[in-house]
Write a protein that binds this ligand. Sequence first.
Ligand code: GLC
Ligand code: CA
Length: 562
Amino acid sequence: MSYSSNGADAGSTSESAFTSAPNTAPIPSPAAVHAPWLRDAVFYEVYPQSFNDTNADGIGDLPGVTAKLDYIASLGATAIWLNPCFDSPFQDAGYDVRDYKKVAPRYGTNQDLVDLFAAAHERGMHVLLDLVAGHTSDEHPWFRASSQPERNEFSDRYIWTTSWVEGAPGLPFIGGVAPRNGTYILNFFACQPALNYGFARQEKPWMQSPDSPAARATRDAMVDVMLYWLELGADGFRCDMADSLVKYDDDRRTHTIAAWRDMIGRVRERFPQAAFVSEWGRPTLSLTAGFDMDFYLDWRWDGNPNGYCMLARDTDSQIGGAPDASFFRATSGTGAARFVREYLPQYEESRGNGYFCFITCNHDCARLAPRLSPREEQIAFTMFLTMPGVPYIYYGDEIGMSYRELPTKEGGYTRTGTRTPMQWNGGANRGFSDAPAEKLYLPVDTSSDAPTVAAQEADPESQLNYVRALTALRHETPALQSDGLFTVLHASDDDRAFVYARTAADGSSVVVALNPGLEPAAVELESVPAGVGGQVLLSRGGSAALEGSRIVLPAQSATILR
Ligand code: GLC
Ligand code: CA
């Protein structure tokens, strides 16, 4: 079969400057006990500043999220991932946390967050918060204390060299801004000093081990933050940059995995049902660290896409116009086999340990529209919402909101165009806010063809209603849920058809048939699962017809059949 051959190392896309000799010893999996609600979960990612403004200050807020819970539930979403909503100077849109235990005043109060948890729970929904575990804002009181020349409780909470002229080999650092005689290591932007989880190899006297009291104190502090919010009703965490806690770690992230196992393990002693999803992108590692879920991230480095990018974002252009090899593009000419070659080994190796999750987008990558047409986007959604693992819908994608070219806001840079206000209706500011337009967090899309929830509610053929139909089918069909087995029935480098089966524990199967191309396709399937006779459950762009093992797929179509 064309897709089963090369066995390329799924872990080869990330380069760490600090790889020691690879540790090939397998890391045993933790007992894979996942909250049962994950078996049929659909997540909705809410970017709080851009979702719904209830006090007319131009910025979305937590009461605004609570007010829209029924809408979110109407999408078939059962859970929310809320981007950081904590006190912050907002130089990286809140990923620069100044106080982990305080809701940022612009979003409301801690009580507003507690109210959101309660309102979600009343509807049987769950809420994951964003845990920025690897760094804080340089305005965090821990960092302020750590910057002082006098020894104190926080001196080793961050990573400092012992001289103002010495940097850290291979790591970004900053000098000259603190009274302490040393420079400190950064995790991301200049405002985000790295917390000290230790070094896998201690090459300098100031590098501490992951078992040092200081590294343990950092883990204790993060456990304390998690328990604080879980006690108030949070259901778990999306963990930011989860693979980079311990510096100079090996390719298998042995020490970072140990750090997470320690933290997640201690949290689960108190909250066994807490759910964790990692921003990591390597389920064969992350799921052994105790995470329930990992994201299939948007990775395309030096023009080399991972499987997810091969599907949806294999191009240099955020908005379209450049050559685009994405599978979902009608004109790309690419088949699904290269995606399958990258995905399948990761799926198979991680199956049983947790979920490798498809996203429609997130706050860090370009929305699919306008680069993908509505039909192309709907074919993409058909796949994302019928794959194994737990799907994540980014706010606004359900109506096909567009990426927009905008000046940077709060460290967004090219990500800014993906973070614009939700388009609710045709009213002022598209229903996002009653503030004057110039006071909005980001400009709302006022173009006459900008999609809105209100307009799409009224149109049975809209993307919004198609997404609802897909999630409804998923909820009523065990084969389509998180654990249903995935089997490729046709994927090729030579044609555009992609056909796969999902199979539930009781043996019942459904078949998903996609043809993004401009020509109809007819292919012979490797096999047809027992009980599948060609009954169409849902389709877009015409329905595929199954006769024996031959399937005929209309141009630009997606079909789910039984
Ligand atoms: C993650 C977040 C991103 C943030 C970065 C630094 O990648 O998703 O938005 O800028 O971490 O915290
Ligand atoms: Ca507001």
